[in-house]
Design a protein around this ligand. Sequence first.
Ligand SMILES: Cc1cc2nc3c(=O)[nH]c(=O)nc-3n(C[C@H](O)[C@H](O)[C@H](O)COP(=O)(O)OP(=O)(O)OC[C@H]3O[C@@H](n4cnc5c(N)ncnc54)[C@H](O)[C@@H]3O)c2cc1C
Length: 403
Amino acid sequence: MSAVPRHIVIAGAGQAGGRAAEALRARGFQGMVTMLGDEPHPPYERPQLSKDMLGIADTPVTYIKLASDWSNVLDVRLETGAPVTDCDAARRTVATADGRVYAFDRLLIATGTRPRRLTLLENLGIDVQYLRNVEDALRFRKSIRDKSRIVIVGGGVIGLEAACAAAKHGCSVTVIESEPRLLARALPSLVSDIVATKHRSHGVEFVFGVTVSGGTSRSVRLSSGAEIQADLVLIGIGVEPVPTVAERLGLPVTAGIAVDACGRTAAPDVFCAGDAALQWSRCHGRTIRVETWANAQNQAIAVAGNMIGEQNEYLDPPWFWTDQYDLNIQVAGDMLDSEHVLRGEPASGRFSVIAMRGAHLVGALSVNAAKDMAMLRRLLAANKRPARADLESPSFDLRTALK
Ligand SMILES: Cc1cc2nc3c(=O)[nH]c(=O)nc-3n(C[C@H](O)[C@H](O)[C@H](O)COP(=O)(O)OP(=O)(O)OC[C@H]3O[C@@H](n4cnc5c(N)ncnc54)[C@H](O)[C@@H]3O)c2cc1C
């Protein structure tokens, strides 16, 4: 890696890109920073898109910083509406769609992910929507205010938060999920059932174990042969890494863009952070992409430091939250393929589930128990091995296990 960089280019002006740019200045980097984003907006955080912005009030988007502050306060050159379409690894340049070319000493790929599409519903005349950016949220908000009949494909976090918002607006909502239960990739079945019961109490219907096989301009057809009438279909079937920049640099994009613990890719002086990065997770025992707010912020900050010569290994256990009705659910680490220890009483509406593999703590989940989760995250990060009997006793102070 060449000594002190003079010009850092950040491809992608989302959460990770924005937090990296801020961190470069906070750490005293005085060279040029250019951030190239394809959206017409300065960086913003996406959790608001499926929460505050879909509420009853007309909540506007909140930006990490106003466009003018990037240049005036942080001296960051922010180009919006500027997709990176080409890269030259040997000459160390990237080019945007309008033909402008930017030279870099270090490049950060922070281009995130994009929704997986369900193309078989497109071009049938039915309103097919996704929920990834500000424009998507504004469009979906308008639809749910019109009290549409909504089919949501995918019982994951995005689909369920959208279902919650639509139900609150009085829409008729049906969620189609190919697995036999909700949030099957992240939650134990006990919690899937609690979430489903909560949604049903707000009028949301579920169809499990089916996929979408087709439709018409007013309906969605399922693999079971059933047909559901709908004014719009929201697709929430996961995301895939945006490959353009990595591919143009000759980097393979499989499940993501492979990085080491410092966020370095296989290309010299090219780093990656956020949703796009395929990184090692001790809790999972394999490499994964971490599609969370916390990762987009904290990995980006650590990697920004590494671009200017620091050696920060970013190994935080993955953590995310979701808010649905009066349920705040937080998940850290890996809840699958493990034994579960229950802490607290589910009937009380406030409890945690702790995942262990042998003596190792590998995951934790809390339902309306944020204080527990704060300590469990620290235990996970410190790779502690607390005794099972202690964990399952709600009176045991988790802070003790940190010592
Ligand atoms: C609706 C929604 C709700 C969410 N809620 C939560 C939550 O409650 N809790 C949680 O932990 N996480 C949540 N997340 C996940 C979290 O927002 C993401 O993990 C985070 O946004 C990832 O940040 P990123 O910067 O890697 O990617 P992004 O925020 O997607 O930013 C990448 C940017 O790069 C741009 N880009 C792509 N290709 C190019 C190119 N070639 N040239 C230039 N720019 C390009 C993209 O358009 C985008 O603006 C939510 C996500 C969504 C969509």
